[in-house]
Design a binder for this molecule. Sequence first.
Ligand code: PHE
Ligand code: FE
Length: 293
Amino acid sequence: MGAEVDFHSGINQGVAPVTYGQGDRPPRGDYATARADYTCEQNWGAYTAADHELYRRLYERQAAQLPGLACDEFIAAVGELGAPAQIPRFDALSEKLMRATRWEIVAVPGLIPEEAFFALLAQRRFPVTGWIRKPEEFDYVVEPDVFHDLFGHVPLLFNPMFADYMQAYGAGGLKASRLEACEYLARLYWYTVEFGLINTPAGLRAYGAGILSSAGELRHSVQSPQPQRLGFDLERIMRTRYTIDSYQASYFVIDSFQQLFEATAPDFTPIYRRVANAGELAADSRLSTDRVF
Ligand code: PHE
Ligand code: FE
């Protein structure tokens, strides 16, 4: 896992950095100041004027695309992030979120290990990356940055049902670690929290953070004839591989956040066993049992 970490030097021992994908990319973010649970200070004063300006441009481009593409719950809550002129202060945003759904956001240096991530979610603490992308990454950044984490994820944490789903996911993750089923649970996160679509009377809308924070994939996921859109099916999703560096070949559609919460409430232990036996599916696979939108 790369860089040296000194575990014997007293304060600020740091934690091992985490890299994306196969680990062939250098880690981004400063892990030396992170606590054992991977949280750190946001260090708001260290953002430059150029950082705030980049955030504002990202925010405004994305906000302009939301009508007709983002779900109502997201649009209703995105204003809670405050004025786009500056990167929000996490502590002020946490106060609002705490009042709304008893969630808070905590700063992290970047990607964190699965177990640390699950543990924070189970405590209703959402980890938000401190750093912002470089200007040349305006259109696309592989690792999640502060814009993706805040703009993509935080608005729906203001929705009570979705907020409860996220906590349940964290608790479920700790259990999946013990059952060695994290890969299946990661697919559920990917196809719901990151790339989920929801069926509404007005048509399909996005609720996944990966698409809501993406310049191109938001419209693509909702309107392009290219990808397939399939009805939410828990075991089907757990079997389906995904790609981290291209638009998704398949999106899964929920009918409501209530459906998502209820479908994921049962004990997954026997489900993981069935999924392991059923085998993996390619990202663009189509089954006769799929409900196609
Ligand atoms: N019900 C799941 C289990 O027993 C936990 C979970 C809930 C996982 C919601 C994901 C989302 O493992
Ligand atoms: Fe994300």
